[in-house]
Design a protein around this ligand. Structure first.
Ligand SMILES: [Zn+2]
Length: 229
């Protein structure tokens, strides 16, 4: 059996900037997993990043199915706490409530996860598994193209602002999967493109998409599609 190269994306928080990001991904026929806090859908917030306010307004419930059609909806907990600091019962509620709400909104069984704030440990991963979660993304960049050793602690290749992003993309495009399937896993938040500083601009993500898209030997997939390959 011939091995293949896969490219997947993962963007968090269900923010209104996802509307523009989905439009870009769709234009390049890329597939993304969007990690959503169901408890915050329809609410507005402002973050202070790099000393400036950035909109952290969430999409509406009614948009989940249509906006993310063709992509994957995954959990990010109900209200974004540090799960490693919560008792088991509360972790379960955070995950089960989010799975149930998102599955109803998306119209399919939602079984993916990205750790809110990126914090994780073995205990939390085991609780997620008990809840029926099949994989959970961290924010620890590997700069590698290996499939996850443990999908419940799935480390991405890098974030979009990584200083090596274009070198990594070029290495991946040139690579031949001789020893096993290869995966490029890119993650971030759509609101970061509003920072408008190098590594965090809408032109930057457009450039990344343009570089990786349209290759005959790369399969463009959501996180769960990769696991189900
Ligand atoms: Zn988040």
């Amino acid at each position: 059996m011939a091995y293949k190269k896969y490219f997947t994306l993962s963007y968090d928080d269900g923010v209104q900037q996802d509307r523009k990001l989905v439009e870009i991904f769709n234009r390049y026929h890329l597939k993304c997993t969007f990690n959503i806090n169901s408890g915050f859908l329809g609410t507005d917030n402002t973050l202070i990043r790099l000393g400036k306010p950035v909109a952290h307004n969430k999409i509406d419930k009614e948009e989940v199915a249509t906006l993310y059609a063709g992509h994957e909806v995954a959990t990010h907990s109900k209200t974004h706490p540090d799960l490693t600091k919560l008792p088991e019962k509360e972790v379960k509620l955070q995950i089960q409530d989010d799975m149930k709400a998102l599955s109803e909104l998306a119209g399919y069984s939602v079984t993916g996860h990205a750790y809110p704030g990126g914090t994780y440990d073995r205990r939390t991963a085991d609780i997620l598994k008990d809840c029926g979660i099949r994989y959970a993304r961290t924010i620890d960049s590997t700069h590698s193209f290996l499939p996850p050793a443990d999908p419940l602690m799935w480390h991405p290749t890098c974030q979009h602002c990584d200083e090596k992003i274009f070198d990594l993309l070029d290495d991946f495009i040139a690579a031949k999967p001789t020893d096993g399937d290869m995966l490029f896993y890119l993650w971030g938040h759509a609101y970061e493109f509003d920072y408008n500083v190098p590594g965090h601009t809408w032109e930057h993500i457009e450039e990344i998409c343009k570089r990786i898209a349209g290759k005959d030997d790369i399969v463009y997939c959501t996180n769960i599609e990769f696991l189900n390959r």
